[in-house]
Design a protein. Structure first.
Length: 300
């Protein structure tokens, strides 16, 4: 074990007994015990000087305690939990009620006192009704109900479907061409696809040439150069485009729909293009899953 000689007391002590220097790995020459002793002597001398100058015992008591050590720092109060706050509130309320009852006992009118004093005492008494905040039932906002696609009509006792307001969706404008014959992968078999998110951040990736040709033919991308295509819609705009095109009507059952279904499932090579996606309700979308020959036959 590494030891070091203290510069104050001259004893050899382990390195852990010495404080580290700031900004370096070396340690100080004076051990912690000697530093504490030196600090206690400093504070005791300061207290004696102040007491001699001022002549007040209270000032000296604030500077030095019984052992002559420096004054302790005030501890920060911990935040109380909600339960402790409620208990403290109940205790304060009980103390307040007792104090008001004692005051009332002193102010109780005798037989010959006037009615004004009786009225004043009645105003001081706390009301017997406990003022409690009524918890209001959380009602769904109109935006949440529109997202679900239905709003209750209390007069007719029926549920009517309301379609969210239309938003004009336009494809990305640019110097695009849609002739797939000009695509050239230069023997790599991959075409660069790029696009942008709703936040405006750009992204890019490489896809097979066959997939790039299908995306251009099905109206999801435009050609910038023989080795580069650009996606025309963001995810949000593409979803609204399909729903507005089909008027929020399920392709399979004819009811209200607010989800998108791939006619050719993505697991079987289908793409997210306007030609391959249709509007569907949640039930039909789950029933169809990844089948190709789904037919809605649950007619009531």
């Amino acid at each position: 074990m590494d030891v070091k000689k203290c510069a104050a007391c001259g004893q050899e002590k382990p390195l852990s007994a010495f404080t580290k220097r700031s900004g370096s790995s070396s340690r100080r020459g004076t051990c912690r015990a000697c530093l504490r002793q030196r600090q206690r002597e400093h504070w005791s001398q300061a207290g004696e000087r102040l007491e001699a100058d001022v002549g007040s015992d209270e000032v000296a008591r604030t500077l030095t305690n019984s052992e002559g050590s420096p004054p302790k720092r005030k501890r920060r109060r911990k935040r109380r939990s909600r339960g402790s706050k409620q208990r403290l509130g109940l205790q304060a309320a009980s103390i307040e009620s007792e104090s008001t009852s004692n005051q009332l006992d002193q102010l109780l009118p005798s037989e010959g006192e006037s009615e004004n004093q009786v009225k004043l005492i009645s105003e001081m008494t706390p009301s017997s009704k406990n003022k409690r905040k009524r918890r209001r039932k959380r009602q769904k906002s109109s935006a949440a109900r529109l997202k679900q696609g239905h709003v209750e009509n209390p007069s007719a006792h029926t549920i009517s479907v309301i379609r969210p307001p239309d938003k004009s969706i336009e494809p990305l404008k640019g110097p695009f061409t849609y002739k797939t014959s000009i695509l050239n992968d230069r023997g790599k078999g991959m075409i660069r696809l790029r696009g942008h998110r709703e936040t405006g951040k750009r992204w890019s990736t490489e896809i097979p040439t066959e997939m790039a040709v299908r995306m251009v033919e099905e109206g999801a991308a435009g050609i910038i150069s023989p080795g580069l295509i650009h996606k025309l819609y963001t995810k949000t705009d593409f979803r609204l485009l399909v729903l507005q095109r089909d008027h929020y009507i399920c392709h399979y059952c004819g009811r209200f729909g607010d989800t998108i279904d791939h006619v050719m499932p993505k697991s079987k090579g289908g793409l997210s293009t306007p030609a391959n996606c249709v509007c569907a309700c949640a039930e039909c979308n789950l029933k169809k899953a990844d089948s190709l020959d789904f037919v809605y036959d649950d007619f009531i």
